[in-house]
Ligand binder design. Sequence first.
Ligand code: URA
Ligand code: SF4
Length: 219
Amino acid sequence: MAARTAADFVPDTTDLDALAAAVQSCKGCDLYLDATQAVFGGGSATAEMVLVGEQPGDQEDKAGEPFVGPAGRLLDKALVAAGIDRDRIYVTNAVKHFKFTLPERGKRRIHKTPSRTEVVACRPWLLHELMALRPDVVVLMGATASKALLGSAFRLTAHRGQELSLSDDEATAGLDFTPRVAVTVHPSSVLRGPPSERDKAFDALVSDLGFAAGLLPRR
Ligand code: URA
Ligand code: SF4
């Protein structure tokens, strides 16, 4: 039997609203079972740049919007510092349902990294989002997003500040356009790092975002 994936639930459309509605019925992997709701991407439907994170966190799961919690606030600051208007971009995640563990009763839910199987299962949503938006630039933030579209052997630290492309990877075989791609760390890694390293890590994130904005065509 073929592996279970979101492909059975993704409608054959590039209408972003139709995709966002359909994702709520996805059972492409088991993550829908415990999450509050699916969190689709959000932002400008005419965005030239799409940012891809890992998966919704605790607050995103409750709000139904991507990057509205602590990582989102850090990302907002980094976008401002890089001179990028969040209202003109689109932000999404490699995986659309929150994966977590409950360490003890009553304690807050702890983020758990999605497995390769879950990332691959969810990928059709991301590819359809990208085909709906057809952005000039895609920024993959963190290991999960970069491995989702660049293969499981991809090491992002070796490729920061480089222009990459998705065109020859099997993961993106269905994609019918070729965006420019840049990678950077996940914004939450800046928050998790040692306080003495935070400014440097933040500046590096800003620099990567600025590099990505520089890949946009001049109009
Ligand atoms: N981290 C992510 O990767 N995505 C979100 O939407 C929030 C936190
Ligand atoms: Fe579907 Fe993705 Fe949610 Fe799994 S995580 S159920 S593939 S939307």
